[in-house]
Design a protein around this ligand. Structure first.
Ligand SMILES: NC(=O)c1ccc[n+]([C@@H]2O[C@H](COP(=O)([O-])OP(=O)(O)OC[C@H]3O[C@@H](n4cnc5c(N)ncnc54)[C@H](O)[C@@H]3O)[C@@H](O)[C@H]2O)c1
Length: 263
């Protein structure tokens, strides 16, 4: 018995990184999964999961387009007859200086990280209402609401916004029997973080990864599957009385009062 047996779940940003972990764990937990992402690699990702015996449909969707999100929702309904779960995970993080960074840099984060979640929820939630209720899980971050590093102003702004979005939507959709929660990951080893490591230490990106790990009380970065397990819990009936929460999953990285004392 899986936690998500009989459920249909739509996952955005599912082609790699955290989203691929979420889609894989959802499938392992018994859900039929619509895996969506911007590029066509998501179709290959879905095909691999099907080869492994899971029921997964890949769909291309740029979440910054509402029309794409509407098509994604219709694809799910057509393929499986109902939609119970939406996991809004697609997002970008590009570091730049606030004083010299362009408006395009700012707007790309707003368009994908904020409007993308808004679009996906707006397109998919009516189907979840039709199914009698369900759950929405949103990938925010510890960045923005809890911590921030130089270069992260655009990203942090959008991820903090998702905490407010989660709470307001949770309040509004509760009477429709839809729970809305967000996860706030610390560093998770994904192509995104590997790209950031390359940017900060081009000569030895692994050195940058080790430096991140050494600042985490559990001594390592998280995995996409660990995030997937948390999302599966939040999406499942085991979390039936949880709504509007931010679940921090960071190996304790936001716990230290300083980075150097007590070591
Ligand atoms: N990796 C981390 O340490 C970390 C920490 C906290 C939060 N997050 C968040 O987790 C989510 C996934 O991050 P990741 O590290 O796996 O990133 P990633 O770059 O490895 O993967 C991002 C995924 O999102 C998709 N995507 C990007 N823009 C899209 C768009 N416009 N429409 C549809 N899909 C789009 C990509 O195709 C890909 O599937 C993001 O929202 C990110 O902000 C990541």
């Amino acid at each position: 018995m899986g936690r998500l047996d009989g459920k249909v779940a739509v996952v955005t940003g599912a082609s790699k990184g955290i989203g691929s972990g979420i889609a894989t764990v959802f499938a392992q937990e018994g859900a039929k999964v619509v895996a969506a992402a911007r590029g066509e690699e998501v179709l290959g990702f879905a095909a691999k999961l099907r080869e492994a015996g899971f029921d997964v449909t890949g769909v291309r969707c740029d979440v910054s387009s509402y029309d794409d999100c509407a098509r994604m929702a219709e694809t799910a309904e057509e393929a499986y007859g109902h939609v119970d779960i939406l996991d809004c995970n697609a997002g970008i993080c590009v570091l730049d200086d606030f004083l010299t960074g362009s408006d395009t840099w700012r707007d790309s984060h707003i368009d994908i990280n904020i409007k993308g979640v808004w679009n996906a929820c707006k397109a998919v939630a009516p189907f979840i209402v039709k199914a009698g209720g369900g759950a929405i899980v949103i990938t925010s971050s510890v960045t923005g609401d809890m911590v921030a590093d130089p270069g992260e102003v655009a990203y942090a702004t959008t991820k903090a916004a998702l905490v407010g979005f989660t709470k307001a939507l949770a309040r509004e959709l509760a009477p429709k029997n839809i729970r809305v929660n967000c996860i706030c990951p610390g560093y998770v080893r994904t192509p995104l973080v590997e790209g950031m490591a390359k940017q900060s230490d081009p000569d030895d990106p692994e050195r940058a990864i080790r430096a991140i790990a050494s600042a985490v009380p559990l001594g390592r970065l998280g995995t996409p599957e660990e995030c997937g397990k948390l999302c599966a819990f939040l999406a499942s009936d085991d979390a039936s009385y949880l709504t509007g929460i931010q679940a921090v999953i960071d190996g304790g990285s936001t716990l230290p009062e300083t980075t150097s004392m007590g070591q």
